[in-house]
Design a protein around this ligand. Structure first.
Ligand code: 8Z2
Length: 243
């Protein structure tokens, strides 16, 4: 699955919906047992959630958007398919969450391809389920530092902390992902799927038990003047960097 939403593969509502539909189709087609998620945007795996879906929008829109974000996460995180991330670009925040939701992550060895939950740098916070997935992956102490400081790990650090499973030369990301897939597909599906569920369900359940409250929290938080201001400053920074 090659993500293509130029220029930066930001997860807009429309793009999230497209990803969801594609995933659903693949899940329902029993000839598919696994997917490799990668990017078609040079140098960028995904810039994360689309900031324009949360900046200057009314509460109803924010609620609809957040529901789609939850939906995609649940679908990828609990997928019966083997999901491998072939991470061929930078993946901050929501891009990192998508990577973390794969069963295995292969990152291209390019110092620009940093990965992490950098929400605090934007003046916002990673929701509890983003945090849970990071804690599950790199452990409590490393997550505590990474989340508060908004670390974006370059490949060598990413491998060391365990936020990715493998770092390989850029031209070997896809072939490595394919050989990892072969290894995972050698396991009987039912045993692997039940085991995946056993490991991941408690984390997913924490959100499933309070999806509506989580949406309301998000809408309340993102609608605050101070948060809208932070987003404005961040978006301006992105623009200035360009000019
Ligand atoms: C209680 C509950 C609590 C809940 C609390 C709330 C929880 C929210 C959780 C949030 C999760 C997130 O994912 S927040 C998103 C985090 N993402 C980021 O910080 C990435 C920001 N982007 C970048 O750093 C860079 O754009 C990067 C990806 C490296 C690419 O750099 P480049 O130089 O190639 O490209 P740029 O010129 O910067 O970007 C090209 C254009 O894309 C836009 N763009 C870039 N990233 C964008 C993005 N994420 N959303 C929208 N638009 C984006 C830029 O503004 C430009 O727009 P034009 O100028 O118009 O062309």
């Amino acid at each position: 699955m090659k993500m293509r939403n130029p220029p930066v593969n930001s997860l807009s509502l429309e793009f999230l919906t497209e990803l969801l539909i594609s995933l659903e189709k693949l899940e329902n087609d029993k000839t598919f047992r696994g997917i490799i998620i990668t990017s078609d945007c040079p140098g960028i795996f995904s810039a994360g959630l689309d900031l324009l879906e949360m900046y200057g929008r009314d509460p109803a829109h924010c609620a609809e958007y957040w529901k789609a974000v939850q939906e995609l996460w649940l679908r990828v995180y609990l997928s019966n398919l083997v999901v491998i991330g072939a991470i061929n670009g930078i993946s901050p925040a929501g891009g990192c969450l998508l990577s973390l939701s794969c069963d295995y992550r292969v990152l291209a060895n390019n110092p620009k391809y940093a990965i992490g939950l950098n929400e605090t740098l934007l003046g916002i916070i990673a929701p509890f389920w983003f945090k849970d997935v990071l804690v599950n992956t790199i452990g409590h102490r490393a997550a505590e530092r990474a989340l508060q400081l908004g670390f974006l790990f370059p490949p060598s650090d990413a491998l060391q902390v365990g936020i990715v499973d493998q770092v390989v030369p850029e031209d070997q990301v896809q072939s490595t992902a394919r050989s990892v897939m072969a290894q995972w597909l050698a396991i009987p599906d039912h045993a692997r799927q039940l085991t995946k569920n056993l490991v991941r369900k408690p984390t997913a359940d924490r959100l499933l038990q309070q999806r509506d409250a989580d949406i309301q929290n998000f809408v309340r938080f993102i609608s605050r003047d101070s948060i809208q201001k932070s987003l404005h400053v961040y978006l301006e920074k992105l623009k200035q960097k360009k000019g």
